[in-house]
Design a protein around this ligand. Sequence first.
Ligand code: OGA
Ligand code: ZN
Length: 411
Amino acid sequence: MTERGIAHPPTPDCPTADCPTPDFYEYPWTALSSACLTAHGTADLAWPDGATLECHPTWLRENAPGPGGINLATRECELDPAHLPADLTLGRICVAGGALDVTFEPEHRDATFHPGWLRHVADDMHQPFAVIPAPEPWTAASHPEPTTYDGPATLCDDDSLETALCGLARFGLIRLSACGTDADTVARLAHRIGAMRDSNFGLTWHVDVDIAPTTVANTGLRLAPHTDLPTREVPPGLQLLHCVENTVEGGWSTMADGLAIAEHLRDCEPGAFEALTTLEWIFFNRSPDYDHRWQGPVIDTGDGRIPYTYRAFHPVRAFPAMAAADVERAYAALGLLSATAASNHFGMRYPFRPGDIVVFDNRRVLHGREAFEPRPGIRRRLIGTYIDTDEFYSRLRVLLRRSPQEIPAHG
Ligand code: OGA
Ligand code: ZN
């Protein structure tokens, strides 16, 4: 059940008709049923449906709306922790019109807290991934091609963008069709999401078979399933790739879900999974002008709170950073990973048509390209850019903020 409400209390005699929150969201007025002081000085809050929240007085003090607490213009806390009274207590605590009313001592300062804001904390809706759709593993059977959205609508309409970005959060890969072939379209789409991430390849970069190849990307050779820029401490989150010209035969795109592959290896090839997630390599980009290096495992499972980060690009994987005795099994695991990502079960393959833009999670999805013959006169031109995952999640939260907050039923 979902409970929806209004942003302000319904009764005209309510003392909290104007009850700002420490953010820019509109919360339903989920009135409290009780507020009590505990034996150790915290506030114990309860709602009629059984939800509860225990609040430390100093945390409430920091979040008290108004001067010396939450600045109402910025909705940020003005208080230097050095100035927080060490002997801060809650002198008075009650529910007024459904809101929490307290007096902080020894300041004698009154504060009122919006019950909907408190409730969103009780419901864990303040957690970083609370509103972001959860990742769903996929294979080529469930996803023979990228989930596709209307390009022009996504480029100009926020509801369409929200739908597409939800798909991106779930599957780590979407395709926008009929985007045209203007050279600035990928940057226009990127600006709809967030700040583009620069690199030594430029803010936007070209994959172009016509230019003298200084990288394998600009040849007709196959690109095995990989992730870009594993030489960086944090590899780019999103990659946007726009096909503006393509007259080659072959050269189909490939994509495989690193999340599904990791789950498969963990369950069916635990030795390889252990090697891929623990044995480290030094990644190094071997350029006359740049020397990016980073060390890490090929599959970085993070700390359980952040998504996986694949570092899978053999041209820049330079040195084993592991005991000599581990190197052989590290290579065996790499071979298994690459073959698994290229298998018909995990890897989708599809033609990359002019006007299509793919957007994918470069730390989750392994992308690649089949080989083609670079004959004279043929054209194949892609324009790409990167955006950090933080920008994507921020944009999606703001888009989702447009609809009223949904308070999940308790229990
Ligand atoms: C790359 C790349 C894809 C393609 O250059 O890193 O993945 O289809 N290119 O050429
Ligand atoms: Zn690539």
